[in-house]
Design a protein around this ligand. Structure first.
Ligand code: ZN
Length: 229
């Protein structure tokens, strides 16, 4: 398969992924918000294809509009946040994930396999990033949870119950250290104050003076930590 960049009349750039396997007619299908796939006959010339793309802008736009939302996300993001730093996601021939100073190398392969491998890798990283941190803050605050573990919840960063202890969202592995610290301290302080009362916030800020900055970081970047689902 080859691909080319085609510019629409308003300057929008499309990636056209070309397969040379159609019998007679061009077959066009949506792939992403800026990508369409075209099957063309094996010997169709580039000139003919380019002319067809120019003459059929309405067809291209209709096809783009049909992109199902899940296929638009059906590829790994170009980069992810890790410990608050942006690391490029690249592929390599190895079977293991390799963490480098400025990138994470993922084995080549199908998207869902890559995403699952990456999530497993990040969850393992989260164990060593988040749980020792929680232990450290438990000693500092003298607030000890009944137990501590990670969660894959989609709606909260952490949860604390007197009886079951604290669970932290593994996706916080993407957040900077002070943000991970804030969530740990927030949950620990719930052992003293189960609500979000003034007393709770006063205690949280005593141990995490950077609380406003951490909350702001989560407000801006929190959604991105769900990039892998
Ligand atoms: Zn809370």
């Amino acid at each position: 398969m080859t691909s080319l960049i085609h510019t629409l009349s308003d300057g929008m750039e499309l990636t056209i992924e070309i397969k040379r396997r159609a019998k007679k007619n061009l077959i066009i299908r949506p792939i992403g918000t800026h990508t369409v796939g075209i099957s063309v006959p094996p010997h169709l010339s580039a000139t003919t294809l380019n002319r067809w793309l120019r003459d059929n802008e309405a067809v291209l736009r209709r096809t783009l509009a049909k992109t199902p939302p899940q296929t638009a996300e059906n590829r790994l993001p170009e980069s992810i946040l890790f410990h608050g730093r942006r690391l490029a996601l690249t592929t390599h021939q190895d079977t293991q994930i390799l963490l480098m100073p400025s990138e994470i190398r993922v084995p080549e392969g199908a998207h869902d396999k890559q995403a699952a491998l990456l999530a497993t890798f990040l969850k393992r990283q989260a164990q060593s990033y988040l749980l020792p941190r929680l232990e450290h803050h438990a000693r500092a605050t003298q607030l000890f949870p009944a137990s501590s573990s990670l969660t894959s919840a989609k709606t909260f960063w952490g949860v604390c119950r007197k009886t079951t202890g604290i669970r932290l969202n593994w996706r916080l592995v993407g957040a900077p250290e002070y943000v991970a610290d804030y969530v740990c301290i927030h949950e620990l302080c719930h052992l003293a104050h189960p609500d979000h009362s003034r007393a709770f916030w006063a205690l949280t800020r005593r141990f995490a003076p950077y609380t406003p900055e951490a909350k702001q970081w989560l407000k801006i970047h929190g959604r991105e930590l769900f990039a892998l689902g």
